[in-house]
Design a protein. Structure first.
Length: 238
């Protein structure tokens, strides 16, 4: 006798159907996990709160203001959290209000991120969008913790564009949550770096720093390419 409905599956067919369902759920969870990891790693690389030069700015501003290290690090992390968090929450809606296609923005944002990654890969330093010109000038005597450290050295144009691109990757809540998770990770690492890593990172050799930045550039270029390809899929609906 042949089965007449989904509930009439033979025992062997039921096992196969159950196995296929479990495999689909496992693949979905793995894809979601990969999206979260990409968002966290991508935003950490593009903001680079552990960059020794940024910590130099922090130490200089700390000396001029005479603030407590932990409290000052908390202020910087809070500003970064607010700027990037707002970008993740309303960036997509702002694009829709301006009539900008999410797929097109994701594609362009991906290209920007990829170009920054290639710039880091070949130069061994941070890109212009990450505040390279400001870093080369050195900290000013009246530099504060908010400008230029929090903005634009950490939460700069590149970081904001990347956050919006990640949040606008598709129309699901997964992309938004991934962007917020990445922003939270950036704020946490910013606080920890400014509080605890100043002495250790200042001892790194320039060659070691360049090597780490080149590796980060490679990862950033890869993430930007994936964002661009995702934007194409979103634009054409496949």
């Amino acid at each position: 006798m042949q089965p007449t409905a989904a509930t009439d599956l033979l025992p062997g067919e039921s096992v196969l159907a159950y196995a296929a369902q479990q495999q689909d759920e496992s693949e979905h969870l793995m894809t979601t996990f990969e999206i979260f990891i990409q968002a966290i790693v991508g935003l950490l690389i593009i903001t680079a709160p552990f960059d020794p030069v940024k910590i130099l700015f922090f130490n200089s501003a700390l000396e001029s203001e005479g603030s407590d290290r932990r409290a000052a690090a908390g202020r910087v992390a809070l500003v970064v959290l607010v700027i990037l968090g707002v970008s993740a929450l309303i960036g997509r809606e702002l694009l829709q209000l301006l009539g900008i296609n999410l797929g097109a923005f994701g594609f362009v944002g991906g290209l920007i991120v990829a170009s920054m990654g290639f710039e880091m890969l070949y130069s061994g330093g941070v890109s212009k969008a990450q505040g390279r010109d400001i870093e080369s000038e050195g900290p000013e005597e009246d530099s504060g913790l908010i400008i230029p450290l929090a903005i634009p050295l950490i939460a700069g144009p590149g970081a904001i564009a990347t956050t919006i691109a990640i949040a606008s990757r598709d129309d699901t809540a997964t992309s938004m949550f991934a962007a917020l998770l990445g922003v939270g990770a950036v704020a946490l690492v910013t606080f920890l770096s400014m509080t605890y890593l100043s002495d250790m990172l200042s001892r790194l050799k320039p060659q070691t720093t360049q090597f780490l930045l080149r590796i980060g550039g490679l990862l950033l270029a890869t993430l930007g390419t994936q964002l661009a390809m995702s934007g194409i899929r979103t634009f054409y609906g496949f």
